[in-house]
Design a protein around this ligand. Structure first.
Ligand SMILES: Cc1ncc(COP(=O)(O)O)c(C=O)c1O
Length: 387
């Protein structure tokens, strides 16, 4: 064990030091190894050859150790995007004839992969409601291999019965995979609850500065190795410069997420009291249907919330009236962002399907940043009052 890997240290310390090596040439910061290939030594397998596509430069190895430590897992692997992490994981663990149980409202890219790309490969899926275990047995098939959920779903911020997901997976010999992008290991560490694998869009909270695209897969050495070998073939590796930026972003994760959570609960509480707002979706509110589970399992409720205005016609004027948040997709950065999911992430779905999922035109999603919360509340107040 290196002096940087003391198991008794806390997450805030591990975010800065875990997996660190002795200072290279005295540098306080781990340098960028911008070298595609490395001098050969005694490599016994192809995957041991050092090459950027094989995700094994010193920048990768440091991040792998750090991410595994902060999620309290054995191993981790970074990827060139969240979608590279997710699709490579599914392709590594599934084969033709296999069946997946997946939460009914997933991130659009994951949903489209399951709907459009997986069936021609012989992989089928059935939607389940992660908050209602009573329907899961009926969705099960002899070919079911994997159950896939999200810690907090997008854009309605649903929280499922995640403990039941883990128990169900164990009972039926399914691999349990959770996308923990919205919460980050500061708020929730699914491996501690018993999930087999955690995937992240590291583009979001893990990096936190809206300046790179990256992904991560975290879990047991056995499963992460299967994903790593598949990624070596599919090629979704992360560039060392992006590794460096991700490592830099990670250092402030705990500070950022704590502030985003504090700001989000203040903003959610304010929104709930405003007459132009019909409903607020935030797991930290007592009115949220998953509040009890979130309180039991999470340490903080994250910086993502959504709410419905009284009327669909108010959405565009409201977005235009806001002065601080930027009107942009993605999330988890230091700046507050607002988006109308029906016109962005879920634009590809037919209107009837959006209605079924509750993704209405008047739904606004907010990625709450680290700005001063009084400024944020005042800005949302003036935009709502202008309607
Ligand atoms: C929950 C979730 N998972 C996965 C992704 C995909 O990540 P990326 O854009 O880094 O490929 C996103 C992107 O918005 C997301 O919100």
């Amino acid at each position: 064990m290196s002096k940087h890997d003391d198991p008794h240290r806390h997450l805030e310390t591990n975010l800065i030091h875990a997996g660190g090596e002795e200072a290279i040439a005295g540098a306080v910061i781990h340098p960028i190894f911008q070298s595609a290939n490395y001098i050969m030594s005694e490599e016994a397998t192809y995957d041991a050859v050092r090459y950027i596509r094989l995700n094994n430069s010193p920048n990768h190895l440091l991040l792998h150790k750090r991410l595994a430590t902060i999620e309290n897992a054995e191993a981790a692997l970074v990827a060139s995007s969240g979608m590279a992490a997710i699709t490579t994981t599914l392709l590594a663990l599934l084969q033709s004839g296999d069946h997946v149980l997946a939460h009914k409202a997933l991130y659009g890219g994951t949903q489209m992969f399951l709907e459009e790309d997986a069936p021609p490969l012989g992989i089928q899926y059935t939607s389940i409601d992660m908050a209602d275990p009573s329907g899961w047995e009926a969705a099960l098939r002899p070919q079911s291999r994997l159950i896939y959920v999200e810690g907090v779903s997008n854009p309605l911020m649903e929280v499922g019965d995640l403990r039941a997901v883990v128990d169900f997976a164990r009972k039926h010999d399914l691999i349990s995979v959770i996308d923990n992008t919205f919460l980050s290991p500061v708020n929730f560490r699914p491996v501690e609850l018993g999930f087999d694998l955690v995937v992240h869009s590291a583009t979001k909270y893990l990096n936190g500065h809206s300046d790179l695209v990256a992904g991560a897969v975290i879990g047991s050495t056995k499963l992460v190795d299967r994903v790593r070998l598949k990624m070596n073939h599919l090629g979704g590796s992360l560039d060392p410069h992006a590794c460096f930026l991700l490592e830099r972003g990670l250092k402030t994760l705990a500070l950022r997420v704590a502030r985003q959570g504090d700001n989000a609960i203040r903003l959610a509480t304010f929104l709930e009291s405003h007459k132009q707002v019909r409903q607020v979706h935030y797991p930290g509110l007592a009115s949220h249907p998953g509040h009890a589970w979130a309180t039991e399992l999470f340490e903080g409720f994250g910086g993502m919330l959504s709410f419905t205005l009284q009327d669909a016609a108010q959405a565009q004027p409201f977005l235009s009236a806001l002065r601080i948040p930027l009107h942009a997709a993605s999330l988890g950065g230091t700046e507050s962002l607002v988006v109308q999911p029906a016109r962005s992430s879920h634009l590809g779905l037919p209107e009837a399907e959006r209605q079924r999922l509750g993704i209405l035109q008047e739904l606004i999603r907010v990625s709450v940043g680290i700005e001063n919360v009084d400024d944020l509340v005042a800005d949302f107040a003036q935009a709502l009052d202008s309607l």
